[in-house]
Every structure is written in C-alpha cells, then in structure tokens.
Design a binder for this molecule. Structure first.
Ligand SMILES: Nc1ncnc2c1ncn2[C@@H]1O[C@H](COP(=O)(O)OP(=O)(O)OP(=O)(O)O)[C@@H](O)[C@H]1O
Ligand SMILES: [Mg+2]
Length: 511
C-alpha cells in the first residue's frame, strides 16, 4: 500500500485542473521533485511536487519575534514545534487510468476536492507515466523514488542522443554505464553494435574487464589504416577541400587505378597517385590545385596499399563494442579524417544492411561537428550532420558527448531528440541547451547548475516527462588517465630528491 502523505487544501487559487496544494502529514517524507497522486471523481490525478513551504503562526510577526528573542527564545514560552506545518505545491500532470496491467494518461477535467488524501505514487503507475520499460537500459535511480530508471533503448537511440555537461560532471561515466547495459543486453531484447570514437582512451579499459573484455575490440589511432582502393574524390574533397575542377580529374585517375588494381593485381599508394597526376595531361592550374590536398593526404599517413584496419564489416557486431582509441594521435586533422571516414563507412554499410543496427558514440563531439566552421575545414562535420539527419532511417544512432554545447553544430544538436544533461554552469552553454533541448523549461535549466556529479536530467524522446536521475556506479573496470595532482607532485619531489641523494653517493664514492 502506498503511504499517505497529506491532505489537499483550499487556497485562493487552487485546487484547479492544473495545480493544487496539500498540507503534509506530520513527519511526511515529501520532497521537492517527488511524484505523488490523489483522486477526483474522474480517478487518479497524478502530480509533481514543485515546491514546499513551511509556516508557523508564532513566527509570522517580525516585531514580536524580535521582542521575544531579545530575552528568551520563543521556544521556551510556547509549543512552537506543534504549530509548524508544511505545504506542498503540486503541478498536475495528468489523469492516469488503468487498463489491463498498465496505466494510460489522459487529460484532467476536474480538480481534486479539498480534503482529499494525497498518497505516494504507485510504482507501476510511475513507470508507465515516465515510460520506463522492464528490459530498458538501467542508468540509475529516479531521484526521490526507489525506482530504477530503465530507459527504452529504441526511444533513447532511434532519434539520437546528446550527453552534455561541463568537464568532470560525469559524461564519460554515464556513457560507460550505458555501454555496460548494451553489452549486457540479451539477444532476445535486440542488441545493437557500438562504435566509439574515444578521444582520451577512456573506454579501452573495457578490454581488460573480466566480464566485458571478450566483447570489446580496441584499435589504436596510429594503427588505423585505409586501403588505397577505398579512396574516391568525394571523400578526398570532404577531407581537404579539393577544388571542384579537380574532382572529376581525380575521380577519373582513381577509377583507372582501381580497375588496374583489380585486373592486373597491382597495388597503389598515395605516391603513385601523385605521380599519375603529375604525368597526366591535366591542365597545369588544376594539377597545382590538386597537389596540396594530395600532399596533405600523404602527410597524415593513413592510406596504405591494401591493409585495412578496422575492418568494419567483420568487426561491427551485435552486442559488441569497437573502440577507436585516438588518444595516441596528436594531429587533430588526422583524427577528423578518421572520424569522417568511419562515420561515412558506417552510414554506407548500414544503408546496405551489411552491419547490424549501430550506436555510434562520439566523444568531444564539438571538435568533429563544430558549429562555427565551414565544411571544408572540418572533414567530419558534414557526415556527422548527415547521420544526425538521416541515420535514423537506417538504424544508425548517433550519440554525441560534449562539454562545449555552444560549439557543437546546431544541426546535430537539434536532431538529437534525447538530451541527458549533467551539471553545467556556463551561462552561454545553458542558454544554448535551453534553446536546443525540446521540453526543457527555464525552471529546469536553472536546476542544471545545481546538479551534483552523478546527477542528471533526461529530457526528450526517451522519456514521456523530464526526469532527474542519479546515475548508477559502473560495473566495469575504469582506467584513470592521469593521477591526482597531489600524487603527481609527491612523486615528482621524491624522484628529484632521490637523484640528489644518488648524486651525493656518487660523489662520496668518487672522493
Ligand atoms: N554517477 C557517478 N557515480 C560515481 N562516480 C561518478 C559518477 N559520475 C562521475 N563520476 C566520477 O566523476 C569523475 C568525472 O567523471 P567523468 O570522467 O565521467 O566526467 P566527464 O564529464 O566525462 O569529464 P570530461 O569533460 O573531462 O571528459 C570520474 O572520476 C568519475 O568516475
Ligand atoms: Mg569525459
């Protein structure tokens, strides 16, 4: 049975069909942000505690309080405790009707009567209201309730997901929790493949994990290679802005070389391509224009004669995870080219159904799909935006993680129909989030600044109502990149000291 919490009261402007207030029973554990229910002639009226006020007659008049407190505290004269009471204000969310095993929401046309009892929210009703499902991804606990937040995978991913928060708020932690859920998911529930662009090498720890390790493949950035036969002028132009006049010529040459590869079993490199351009009959202007992108292509050292790594067709598998750990690469341009290539391949392979439905998670997404940058300077921007716009048709779900939402492409962000927001304090970022996340009001946006590490708000497609969630602990092994500063400082000084001592010893031995 659900606990009684209080009684609906009559105020100047409530109860109405939109809001009411109730006075809390003594010791009643009601909290701001809690879901509660009461009844009207229509049935269950479901609501949300939007604020709590406390009052006490004895403290209403400032001058008498001041007067008493000058001599002795009021509590020594009067039974003040027994005059304290609390009032909860409730936003009415809907009428909930039970049909079969589940509850369905409909509109409220009658307010609850003053005097009606308010009780705790029924667990099944609460889950149905928010849209939690038994085989959903368990990300944590619904705040103020003992209810697991099990988010429907399809609703979470189908129309893309953005995880936004300031640095250190727990984005990667949350992403890892989500990945554990995907890896744990049984076949019967429908498993997706996961591909991660891991910028800081945070996800490679999964490989060492005894439970998850066998489902993980980690590929280091410097080992990523693209075979020459995959090159085409469309790709090259998106990476290095090949002038339009050169694209046709380049395409012709590449096609020629591919045919030769096939028929004569010859292998080519970027150098061979450069030579062909040099010796071809293309006009000098175009030739010159083509050289810059070709030299750039050569300098990032990514194209090989035939070696392909990763082999997406074989390595993107249901219920498994492919981590592209780019933390060993310094060259930002190379990282962008890699992300562009992988995203493009995933899109194409998925469109042809050659890989399973896939969740493509991009960390530091503002670097790969920045708001302010022409596509030419940002090899990966247009393809990420394309996945954001069209990926859903093909079962390719995008997950973007960013600590700089302001710098993240608005096209991408607006296509992410679910936002998970952790702590954010920068006013520009907050404003941007408020504008781009549907269903987030200014009241909620304000509470984003007071979230603690590990607390988040989920809004959008994945839930029927914005909720606060306490993200659960990780089950998998975590690798810390970088020790805490004080430990590094101690290690540094003790090493320095040792070498001083060693020097002294050496000197003594010499003398
Ligand atoms: N729900 C949680 N429970 C326990 N610890 C957490 C939780 N969320 C985050 N942490 C811890 O807080 C720290 C910062 O988290 P995390 O690395 O995920 O932040 P981030 O938002 O990804 O930061 P950055 O922007 O720097 O990548 C980590 O040590 C992490 O383990
Ligand atoms: Mg992170």
């Amino acid at each position: 049975m659900q606990k009684p919490l209080g009684t609906v009261i009559s105020t100047d402007d409530s109860p109405t069909t939109l809001k009411y207030a109730f006075v809390l029973d003594e010791g009643s554990p009601v909290k701001k942000g809690q879901f509660i229910q009461t009844t009207s002639e229509e049935g269950i009226v479901f609501g949300y505690v939007s604020e709590i006020t406390r009052a006490n007659r004895y403290f209403e008049r400032a001058e008498s309080v001041a007067e008493y407190e000058r001599e002795n505290p009021i509590s020594t004269h009067f039974p003040i405790k027994s005059w304290e009471y609390a009032i909860a204000e409730v936003r009415v969310l809907g009428r909930m009707e039970k049909r079969g095993e589940h509850y369905f929401q409909s509109r409220v046309s009658l307010p609850p009567s003053p005097g009606t009892k308010v009780i705790e929210a029924d667990e099944t009703l609460l889950k149905d209201f928010v849209g939690f499902v038994p085989n959903g991804l368990m990300l944590g606990k619904l705040q103020n309730h003992e209810v697991e937040a099990k988010i429907d995978m399809t609703r979470l991913f189908q129309k893309h997901l953005a995880i936004l928060a300031m640095s250190g708020a727990g984005k990667s932690h949350l992403a890892s929790v989500m990945l554990e859920e995907l890896l744990d998911r049984p076949k019967e529930h429908g498993r997706v493949a996961t591909v991660i662009i891991d910028i800081h090498g945070e996800y490679s720890g999964f490989k060492q994990d005894p439970t998850y390790g066998r489902k993980i493949r980690v590929i280091n950035g410097k080992d990523i290679t693209i075979p020459f036969r995959r090159l085409n002028s469309r790709m090259l132009s998106s990476w290095f802005s090949v002038p339009p006049a050169g694209q046709n010529e380049l395409n012709k040459l590449l096609r020629e070389m591919r045919t030769q590869e096939k028929n004569e079993r010859q292998l080519f490199s970027v150098n061979d391509l450069i030579k062909r351009v040099e010796t071809s009959s293309i006009s000098k202007n175009i030739k010159d224009a083509l050289m810059r992108p070709l030299y750039e292509l050569r300098s990032i050292n990514l194209i090989t004669q035939s070696k392909e790594n990763p082999k997406l067709r074989q390595q993107v598998l249901p219920g498994e995870m492919l981590v592209l750990d780019l933390s060993d690469l310094d060259d930002m341009r190379k990282k962008k080219v890699i992300v562009s290539y992988i995203a493009d391949r995933l899109f194409r392979l998925r469109a042809k159904n050659e890989i399973p439905p896939t969740f493509f998670l991009v960390e530091e997404a503002h670097n790969f799909a920045p708001e302010k940058a022409k596509a030419a300077h940002n090899p990966s921007k247009s393809i990420i935006e394309k996945i954001a716009r069209e990926g859903r048709k093909f079962g390719l779900a995008l997950g973007v993680v960013s600590q700089r939402p302001v710098n993240l492409s608005t096209t991408t962000l607006s296509q992410c129909n679910t936002h998970i927001l952790l702590r954010v304090t920068n006013p520009n970022d907050l404003k941007h989030i408020e504008e781009s996340a549907e269903g987030i009001d200014s009241r909620m946006a304000r509470s984003i600044t007071s979230l603690k590490v590990g607390e988040g708000i989920i809004v959008g497609e994945a839930v029927r109502y914005p909720i606060f969630v306490e993200i659960r602990d990780r089950k998998s092994r975590k690798i810390e990149k970088g020790r805490p500063l004080h430990e590094q400082a101690i290690a540094y000084e003790s090493e320095a000291k040792k070498s001083d001592e060693e020097q002294d010893e050496e000197l003594e031995a010499f003398l």
